[in-house]
Design a protein around this ligand. Structure first.
Ligand code: HEC
Ligand code: HEC
Length: 447
């Protein structure tokens, strides 16, 4: 398949230049987005609140501007793509790269679960003693090859370049890492994940690893003489491995077979797709793209950023501090938009491929079944008491995972556009149909 080959090549060459035709973002959604940005009134209140939490200082930040020369680094030897991928695979599965000796990338991103979490924990445990909790749910690493580097002003290249569609792209729930090599620094160095003190600590572990000689063969005998250079070799290998098509974008779901004309949806799945696409019903496809665009199979995300008002999850230990808020795009883990209150509460739309294999959903792992997620989508505002605890006035405290000043950022378009007393956008039977359809997005379909 040509699209996949070219995507792979693109990844290997390293996103030196992102081809505009591979961008699959959706204009209508971002136009809506833009209106929200323009109409938002900036408020500093939320930012004072997030400033308080210690985790901010503890989480390595990444600088989106620091990726420019990454692929131009001189190594003694130019590594081949297969050698990079093979090394990346070894690194990815090596628990020896963590301070605890017990945590590999694959511990949280399990290949048996579409490189998502292997368990139902809301946040995973890590750190030197494996007792420190994370702050966000683990995303699947599949179908990220189409994510472009973060941009605050996305312009779709379809002859209408003048329309600013707002923030899109980047890695992590808040888009703060521009590439997977930049992203890999976060888990390697985070005190509550693999907990290495610095790049040199990671390199010291690789130097001792069984595969150290393979690194020397690929990059040159003196690779480990320079910690900074060796660390970049590690990041590059991890990145190239994460672009292996068979592992990370196999397009092997039933839905892909349907797109190829090799399978048919059942009646229930087909109804589910209809509700998924229908702007007056689920309207899901306005953000979770479901059709082939410019030759590319859909990622079931446009990688735009939105605030859905997901309830606060008391199971996240950091949330015990009432002054702590994870606000996504406006911080605290990304730091370039701390003063942009109109961005608070917005998280990057995840791909829904393999979503049926997950056991926790949304950035804060608030829900534990697709049934709950779908019920939330259609009754968030019509039955708020079902989702939010009551405040002092006895009324449900809507959007309680956001400081009051930025609650106006939440999405109010379909399926969130029903008023109290109106029927939800999807009935219980229709929700079952959508869930049946989402099941067709799981890789490894055997006709
Ligand atoms: C302790 C669990 C844990 C470990 C270990 C871990 N990750 Fe993650 N990973 C996460 C979480 C949680 C996120 C979401 C972080 C955020 O949004 O701030 C994430 C996000 C990512 C992303 C971004 C995905 C996206 O949707 O943009 C990539 C890529 C990634 N991890 C790769 C790795 C690699 C490579 C390693 C090993 C070097 C690794 N991870 C180790 C938990 C983990
Ligand atoms: C306006 C854009 C938008 C629409 C419409 C939308 N979503 Fe989402 N979806 C998102 C965003 C953004 C998130 C992540 C929110 C967060 O974690 O705070 C998300 C998360 C999800 C998740 C959790 C995935 C995971 O990995 O945790 C599921 C499941 C989901 N959406 C399904 C749907 C379905 C089904 C519909 C239609 C009923 C729908 N979405 C409509 C933007 C949208």
């Amino acid at each position: 398949m040509r699209v996949m080959e070219s995507m792979h090549l693109k990844g290997v060459i390293g996103r030196l230049k992102e081809s505009s035709s591979e961008r699959v973002l959706r204009k209508s959604f971002f136009n809506r987005h833009k209106a929200v940005i323009v109409s938002s009134v900036a408020s500093m209140c939320a930012l004072m609140m997030i400033g308080a939490h210690a985790a901010i200082a503890a989480t390595p930040s990444v600088s989106p501007a620091s990726t420019g020369s990454f692929y131009a680094q001189p190594f003694e030897k130019q590594p081949t793509v297969p050698s990079l991928s093979a090394l990346g695979r070894k690194l990815f599965f090596d628990a020896g790269l963590s301070a605890s000796g017990r945590l590999a990338c694959a511990s949280c991103h399990d290949p048996a679960h579409a490189y998502g979490p292997p368990n139902a924990l809301v946040v995973q445990l890590g750190g030197a003693d494996m007792k420190l909790p994370g702050v966000r749910a683990v995303p699947s690493l599949r179908y990220l090859q189409a994510v472009q580097p973060f941009t605050e002003h996305f312009h779709e290249d379809d002859g209408d370049d003048g329309v600013d569609q707002g923030p899109a792209g980047g890695h992590d729930w808040d888009g703060r890492a521009d590439s997977t090599h930049e992203q890999a620094k976060v888990p390697l160095l985070s005190p509550f994940e693999m907990a290495n003190a610095d790049a040199a600590a990671v390199v010291a572990k690789v130097r001792r690893a069984a595969y150290a000689d393979e690194f020397r063969n690929a990059f040159g005998a003196h690779l480990f003489d320079d910690d900074a250079r060796a660390f970049n070799a590690v990041l590059w290998a991890l990145e190239v491995f994460q672009q292996e098509p068979a592992e990370f974008y196999p397009y092997s779901s039933k839905y892909d077979a349907v797109l190829r004309g090799k399978a048919k949806l059942t009646e229930q799945e087909a109804r589910g797709l209809q509700w998924f696409n229908d702007p007056r019903k689920g309207n899901c496809a306005s953000c979770h793209i479901s059709t082939i665009r410019q030759g590319a199979f859909p990622a079931f995300s446009d990688f735009g950023f939105l605030a859905l008002g997901v309830p606060r999850n008391p199971a996240i230990p950091a949330n015990r501090d009432p002054n702590y808020f994870d606000l996504g795009l406006c911080g605290p883990y990304r730091t370039d938009f701390l003063d942009r209150s109109e961005y608070c509460g917005r998280f990057r739309t995840p791909s829904l491929r393999n979503v049926a294999t997950r056991r926790v959903f949304f950035h804060n792992g608030m829900f534990t079944s697709l049934e709950q997620v779908l019920q939330f989508y259609v009754t968030r505002d019509t039955q708020a008491a079902k989702w939010y605890p009551r405040g002092r006035d006895g009324q449900p405290e809507r959007y309680n995972d956001l400081p009051a000043a930025v609650r106006g950022n939440v999405e109010v378009g379909a399926p969130y556009d029903r008023k109290a007393g109106q029927a939800p956008a999807l009935s219980d039977a229709e929700i079952r149909d959508v869930i049946a359809f989402l099941g067709t997005l799981t890789d490894g379909y055997q006709p």
